[in-house]
Ligand binder design. Structure first.
Ligand SMILES: NC(=O)c1ccc[n+]([C@@H]2O[C@H](COP(=O)([O-])OP(=O)(O)OC[C@H]3O[C@@H](n4cnc5c(N)ncnc54)[C@H](O)[C@@H]3O)[C@@H](O)[C@H]2O)c1
Length: 253
């Protein structure tokens, strides 16, 4: 059974993944807080502390790195500590402990400024007149980084350090540009979510296939098969057979 460490495992996506992966993998979590699910095995520790991360990642096959401050309005001081320095701690610990793969919760906010441009700005605002979904040139993994915030900058850094550790030390680095995952598993709290929603089933599939398949350095968009999605999921389909089953459109009133 593969051994997996999940950082930020007590949070929303951590809980979804613990539930999905616990049957087939040996899981442990590293978080500053306990999970509300008392059956989850959690080491209380801080990803900003290198020793905490190094100890928690001993003998692991894979690290799923979710721990972070998650607000797009996070301050520079907060992202520097919790998202930037911590992500270096994850990769350095993986190197020291011989962990083969890091799956990093990146974000759509690495390319968020595309949403200032047509047709993306109209689509995320729900203004679909004169746009056909088939005609949208989807944003893929080869576009330039266009972070929209310090948070987006911190996730861009996470992808960049993943590239460095893959090319220099051979650690597989899977970077998931996650769209919108919500506790109530529907896209209905904002019109933008009809484009960006990623259901619990689809993120579970995306992460599990990222564990199973050997890859090098990859960037995959984490989004369900939404009619109005603006991100390209072909790379994830080609490399790891990601085939999302949910579509936000099925939730329109
Ligand atoms: N939910 C989304 O829609 C979404 C979208 C894009 C990216 N992401 C990314 O996915 C990851 C998980 O997001 P989530 O929605 O589950 O968030 P969440 O806030 O529910 O979970 C994050 C977890 O990280 C932990 N954490 C924060 N700082 C820590 C530290 N210094 N040391 C140890 N643990 C720490 C928190 O206690 C929390 O349990 C984050 O990296 C986030 O940026 C989420």
């Amino acid at each position: 059974m593969k051994k997996i460490l999940i950082t930020g495992g007590s949070g929303l996506i951590g809980s979804v993944l613990n539930n999905h992966l616990k049957k087939n993998y040996s899981l442990s979590n590293l978080d500053i807080k306990e999970s509300s699910d008392k059956t989850q095995k959690t080491i209380i520790g801080d990803i900003n502390n290198f020793t905490d991360v190094k100890i928690a990642s001993e003998n692991m096959d894979v690290i799923i790195h979710l721990g972070a401050v998650i607000s797009v309005n996070s301050s520079w001081e907060d992202v520097l500590k919790n998202n930037i320095e911590s992500t270096r701690n994850i990769y350095e610990s993986a190197k020291v402990n011989g962990v083969k793969k890091v799956i990093f919760a990146s974000s759509n906010h690495t390319v968020g400024l595309f949403e200032n441009d047509s047709p993306y700005k109209e689509i995320v605002a729900g203004e679909y007149n004169n746009i056909s979904p088939e005609s949208i040139k989807k944003i893929d993994e080869n576009v330039p980084l266009r972070p929209d915030s310090y948070y987006g900058v911190s996730k861009s850094f996470g992808e960049s350090i993943g590239r460095y550790y893959f090319e220099t030390f051979g650690i597989q680095s899977v970077n998931l540009r996650i769209g919108t995952v919500q506790k109530v598993d529907t896209p209905k709290s904002s019109i933008r979510h009809f484009s960006t929603w990623l259901s619990h089933k689809d993120i579970s599939q995306l992460v599990e296939k990222s564990i199973i398949h050997d890859v090098g350095f990859e960037i995959f968009y984490g989004v369900s098969n939404n009619k109005w999605r603006i991100w390209d999921i072909n790379n994830a389909y080609k490399k790891i057979s990601y085939m999302p089953i949910d579509n936000a459109e099925n939730f329109r009133d």
